[in-house]
Design a protein around this ligand. Sequence first.
Ligand code: URA
Length: 219
Amino acid sequence: MHIHNLTEQNSILNTFISELRDVTIQKDSMRFRRNIERIAEILGYEISKVLNYKTSQIKTPLGVCEMNVLDNDIVLCSILRAGVPLHNGLLNYFDTAQNAFISAYRHHQEQSDDFEIRVEYLACPDLENKTLILADPMLATGQSIVATFEALKPFGKPKDIHLACVIGAQEGIEYVSKYFDKDAHLWIATIDPDLNEKGYIVPGLGDAGDLAFGEKLQH
Ligand code: URA
């Protein structure tokens, strides 16, 4: 798997990630969602550099200009619910993409930190020969993104696969690297060292779904 860690080079992206992490700034959920969206736009821009292009004649008011324009059939798939702002940001750039949504969540046994990933809702177009972008802001254990990909298999075999994430734990990155084949790409805004006993990324930012959309009742 090709791993692209976007904070290997300093850029404005660092500011957006810092604001997501900051315990005071992250309380503003509109700003939290918008920062994820801004990061998604940067991820989208980086992904666009390895996609396919075709030459097109563009008629301007003053003449004709030859331009290389994107020539990929993209399906953007996000994991509910934290994936929604990431999805929106990617869709700002890949505005003609088709869309897939899946609910994959951690189901905890009573009072236990152990969990299994449950996939329930799934809406997906045909994936055969498409460019699949799987969006999940927090790549913690990697189990959700793998469970998602497994659930998508009946919809066809994508031509290429891109995982788009904001923060990844080293352990989760190793897990997905072993699962996906070597041609797949992981685009990640930054990488953190640890996971705690509850499977949260440390230092991370907390619960991305709750910060974006409010706390939920456990079930
Ligand atoms: N999901 C989150 O929202 N945060 C984490 O740290 C891990 C998974």
